[in-house]
Design a protein around this ligand. Structure first.
Ligand code: F6R
Length: 259
């Protein structure tokens, strides 16, 4: 596991964007796994700027988002489909057929989840998966106690996650209670993954994920099993790490390892 501690939140977002861009430079038709959430927004801003400047071309990639709310129309501005359209897909000029999200308005969400897992497999698997982390350790919407062997399925969101997501919804709206999410096993099968965490409110859960026991109680700790997992952090999110000096020695400034 690589732990990259960057100078600040902006540098961490740049570093995450750099890793994604390197993957696309290496394979212009890469299959990218994407995430939503406030932490990711600066990453997509960096990517949009690079696209506008002509230094990044995402027109050949295929994308699979981690999750989508159940019961929210795709036209709802807070559906993850609409969010991704706004944050990246429009700027990247990606045709909808190559930008995959679970359909949260499907008549049969259980069948939709199964079909989503099959679509990832049919695309040859995910080359690089972006991840955020919830305050309770969730990745995607794999809430604590999700099976480490889980695949894409419908999950009930915890009250804590719903309260955190309420900020994206109007005062007269309820944050959705269910989501379709890639499973932990689905994430573990990606060829590489990058988890970005910023800010002091993520410090405790980041420490639990990186240095705590492997446990379904902290789903992000499952990344300890991933052969190519990278955590990109700002100093505030790294504040709870016992081995922080070690990570900073191996990756000064969050850069590549000095050998
Ligand atoms: C969203 C997702 C979630 C978020 C997590 C952190 O697609 O998968 O796991 O990454 O809830 O959200 P923020 O960044 O808003 O704290």
């Amino acid at each position: 596991m690589r732990v990259l501690i960057c100078e600040d939140g902006a540098a961490a977002a740049q570093r995450t964007a750099d890793i994604l861009c390197a993957s696309v430079a290496n394979r212009p038709d890469a299959v990218l796994g994407l995430a939503t959430g406030g932490t990711m927004e600066p990453v997509y801003a960096v990517l949009r700027n690079r696209i506008a400047a002509g230094s990044l071309d995402l027109s050949g990639v295929t994308t699979f988002n981690l999750d989508e709310y159940v019961g929210l129309a795709v036209t709802h501005p807070q559906s993850y489909r609409a969010t991704m359209q706004r944050l990246l897909f429009d700027a990247a000029g990606l045709p909808p057929a190559r930008c995959h999200l679970p359909d949260g308005s499907a008549a049969d969400p259980v069948a939709e989840a199964r079909a989503y897992e099959a679509a990832i497999e049919a695309a040859g698997g995910i080359d690089l998966q972006l991840l955020g982390i919830g305050h309770n350790g969730h990745i995607g919407f794999n809430e604590p106690t999700s099976s480490l062997g889980s695949r894409t399925r419908v999950k009930t969101l915890t009250g804590e996650t719903r309260r955190a997501n309420a900020r994206f919804f109007g005062p007269d709206e309820e944050a959705p209670q269910f989501a379709i999410t890639m499973g932990i096993k689905t994430v573990l099968e990606t060829r590489a993954c990058v988890l970005l965490a910023t800010g002091p409110r993520k410090a405790a859960v980041v420490a639990a994920a990186i240095e705590g026991p492997l446990a379904a109680a902290c789903p992000a700790s499952a990344l300890q099993l991933h052969p190519q997992a990278t955590f990109v952090l700002d100093p505030a999110a790294a504040a709870g790490l016992k081995l922080r000096d070690y990570y900073e020695t191996v990756h000064p400034g969050g850069g590549e390892a000095r050998l």
